[in-house]
Design a protein around this ligand. Structure first.
Ligand code: UDP
Ligand code: MG
Length: 334
């Protein structure tokens, strides 16, 4: 371990000043050596103009380039910087969760380091908090990504909004604001993999959705391969909906019913037209087969339903959130 890195392990959670900041900016970073200073040069002036106290929590998500070294040198120059170093690459959402667990602000803002989320949009989010919203979701205006990404997003956004019941127009933008309460709710979920914007919406009482600008990546390339993107979408789908399992059950039930009807029709026709019509028993065999295959699908769907329920229980997500309690004076025992 280099001397600088030794310093990091003792100071990693130290906060600038003694009191808690009002705003925490959480930024996950994976191999982003060329973007960090560029982002800071734009982000810090914006924060300084806010007239609120703040901290910037940077999570190094197991980078193999100079990301950590650059963060350590920035740490010496900038006030309010917190560096979190993860043991290996855990993925963007896990890195954000690590940032959440250390954030001390009342208003917590997540953003990417690649400048696709312009730091100049941060005051817009703050003004929504000031209006009393506890979650500020965002829609990317003029999104600067490949046509494939944009098309894939617009399809998955719609599918996921429908099957999860979470009404968000843009699940993918990570320039978002969360109140401390919402973050506390998110942190209570000991899930192995999750999708933060959807989970945040589950905990929010007064969310709002605003438009923010989107820019080209300043340097480097996207850290999402096609496979990683797919896995993220699966996290979102399986984490927030049992519909895929339900569809299995539905198809199973329909197949069983169709199998039963086909079997009945064949048996009736066999009795009416005699064994020659039924090709000496072959059709009857088919009838039995239809029925059995249908039953199998039905059973598979039923098992799926149970697995879904076990999955929900294992996730330990709270099944309700108490907003507050008003308690009257108890009745006196006569
Ligand atoms: N990121 C991360 N860990 C990962 C992948 C990405 O911390 O395993 C960070 C990355 O450094 C960036 C943000 O997550 O700050 C978004 O990543 P990227 O720009 O590659 O995603 P895209 O904009 O292509 O969706
Ligand atoms: Mg990006």
């Amino acid at each position: 371990m280099k001397p600088d890195q030794k310093e990091l392990s003792s100071k990693s959670v130290s906060l600038n000043g003694s009191s808690f900041p009002k705003i925490s900016v959480v930024i996950p970073m994976y191999n982003e050596e060329d973007n960090i200073s560029r982002l800071f040069d734009r982000l810090f002036p914006v924060l300084e103009d806010l007239e609120e106290s703040w901290e910037v929590i940077c999570i190094n998500d197991g980078s193999t380039d100079r990301t950590l070294d650059i963060l350590l040198s920035e740490y010496k120059k900038r006030r309010g910087l917190v560096i979190v170093n993860l043991a290996r690459n855990f993925g963007q959402h896990a890195a954000v969760m690590a940032g959440f667990s250390l954030a001390q602000g009342q208003w917590i803002i997540t953003m990417d380091v690649d400048l696709q989320n312009p730091p100049e949009e941060v005051p817009k989010i703050i003004s929504q908090f000031r209006k009393g919203h506890d979650l500020v979701n965002t829609i990317r205006k003029g999104r600067r990504d490949t046509l494939f990404r944009k098309l894939a997003s617009s399809i998955t956004n719609r599918i996921i909004a429908r099957i999860s019941g979470i009404q968000l127009r843009d699940f993918g933008c990570m320039l978002r604001g969360y109140s401390r309460e919402v973050v506390k709710g998110i942190l209570k979920n000991p899930e192995y993999r999750t999708f933060i914007p959807a989970l945040a919406t589950f905990f929010a009482k007064n969310p709002v959705e605003i438009q923010v600008q989107h820019e080209d990546r300043a340097a480097g390339h996207s850290k999402y391969s096609l496979l990683k993107l797919l896995s993220l979408q699966l996290d979102l789908m399986t984490g927030f909906s049992m519909w895929p399992l339900r569809i299995l059950f539905l198809v199973g039930s329909l197949m069983a019913l169709a199998g039963l009807l086909a079997a009945l029709v064949i048996i009736v026709l066999r009795l009416y037209y005699g064994p020659d019509w039924a090709a000496q028993g072959v059709f009857t065999l088919f009838a039995a087969l239809f029925f059995l295959v249908g039953c199998q699908f039905f059973a598979l769907g039923l098992i799926g339903e149970y697995i879904g329920r076990i999955f929900q229980a294992v996730r330990k997500r709270p099944s309700f959130i108490v907003d507050g309690v008003i308690r009257g004076v108890p009745n006196e025992v006569p």
